[in-house]
Design a protein around this ligand. Structure first.
Ligand SMILES: Nc1ncnc2c1ncn2[C@@H]1O[C@H](COP(=O)(O)OP(=O)(O)OP(=O)(O)O)[C@@H](O)[C@H]1O
Ligand SMILES: [Mg+2]
Length: 365
């Protein structure tokens, strides 16, 4: 049956008119004219009332719901302002908005899943490619040795060294991949502690001094740090962050110097690493934190780079609810920086514990 507001209003108006007239006819002394007027009036009033109610409150909203569903089917989400589902008393309007919000959320989820799927595919391809390179190289050297080169003492050593280097690269790559996945899955928990970041930076600088000297560069702090500066973070992982950032500076600087600076702000400590290196083109700045992304592939690989260093830095800092910032000018150099919450020295912690204990004792007394 074709059901719209007019048909519903007509049927209901006829029923109401019949019922009213029937009842009125039971009353004695009512003229036929009176009955007719009552029937007409009740028909007209009911028809108008029902028609208006259905047309404007029910069918219009149902029509809107259909429109929304249709558009959603066509993946068009640009058409209505969702508004807040709770700001209307009309239940149909509310349903309409709920459907809209549901549709938008589902669509977003699907989009996210698609992106993840693309990312997964790309990542798998990248990993396979990266794994293939050192395996292929080591395989080549070993086979050449087996095919007879092993008899030549000089060649034997050279080839074995090269095979070992390829395998070392492979080991580094697998290690970095594991670290990344463990941080991502939350398998590695951050062990937050209070430690002196100046000392950590010192250790990193000392570790890299040999490499720096070999390249004819200089490395050091931007000023003298006679006092310790405490931060609250995972000491081991922050060492890794600093190591990755400073060794990048060493790797991508040909002449000049590398400077590490630590600034204390209100509740935070800012650490920066400044170099006078090759710099990063602006279009690549947002991509250097992606896995396997390198600006200059050959240069990175020369130094045994896996292209995962900055991705690890980003992940570790995210686990500390902070981030890494970078500014860079090609051929002039780069500055990488990050902030950590300020920490307390052992003395300060002891003092705080003592005060707390005193307070508790006072409360008890
Ligand atoms: N200080 C820097 N100066 C210039 N370019 C940099 C600097 N740090 C990073 N980059 C660029 O960003 C890319 C990504 O760095 P990342 O540390 O992730 O990888 P990598 O150094 O190539 O390899 P890995 O660190 O895994 O050994 C580098 O290949 C390099 O092109
Ligand atoms: Mg690196």
């Amino acid at each position: 049956m074709f059901l719209n507001s007019r048909v519903v209003a007509l049927v209901l108006a006829v029923v109401v008119a019949i019922v009213t007239t029937a009842f009125l006819s039971l009353v004695p002394d009512v003229s036929e004219q009176g009955l007719l007027v009552t029937a007409l009036l009740s028909f007209a009033a009911t028809y108008l009332l029902v028609y208006i109610t259905f047309e404007f409150l029910v069918f219009k909203e149902i029509g809107e719901i259909y429109k929304v569903l249709n558009k959603m089917r066509k993946k068009d989400f640009s058409f209505i302002d969702a508004g807040d589902a709770s700001d209307t008393n009309n239940p149909l309007k509310r349903i309409n908005r709920e459907i809209y919000t549901y549709g938008v959320n589902r669509n977003k989820e699907i989009e996210d899943l698609r992106k993840l799927e693309a990312f997964r595919r790309e990542f798998l391809a990248d990993v396979s490619h990266e794994l293939k390179t050192p395996v292929f190289a080591a395989q080549g050297f070993v086979h050449t040795l087996l095919d007879g080169a092993v008899d030549d003492k000089k060649v034997r050593k050279k080839f074995l060294k090269r095979a070992a280097k390829s395998l070392d690269n492979l080991d580094a790559l697998i290690h970095d991949l594991l670290t990344l996945s463990q941080i991502e899955t939350g398998e590695i928990k951050m062990h937050m502690e209070h430690f002196d970041i100046v000392r950590t930076a010192h250790e990193v600088i000392d570790q890299l001094e040999n490499k720096v000297e070999k390249k004819g560069l200089t490395i050091g702090f931007d000023r003298e740090y006679s006092e310790p500066i405490f931060v609250h973070a995972d000491a081991e992982r922050i060492y890794r962050v600093l190591m990755n950032l400073v060794s990048n500076s060493v790797k991508y600087t040909d002449n000049g110097n590398i400077e590490v600076g630590i600034e204390t702000e209100e509740n935070e400590v800012k650490v920066f690493i400044r170099d006078t290196g090759v710099g990063i083109p602006p279009e690549d700045l947002s991509r250097i934190f992606e896995r396997f992304f390198r600006v200059d592939k050959s240069r990175s690989k020369e130094g045994g780079g896996t292209g995962l260093g900055l991705a690890i830095v980003k992940h570790i800092l995210e686990a500390h609810e902070t981030q890494v910032n970078v500014t860079s000018t090609v051929k002039k150099g780069s500055i990488f920086s990050f902030k950590l919450p300020i920490g307390q020295s052992t003395q300060e912690m002891e003092e705080e514990a003592r005060l707390e204990l005193e307070l508790l004792e006072q409360e008890d007394a």
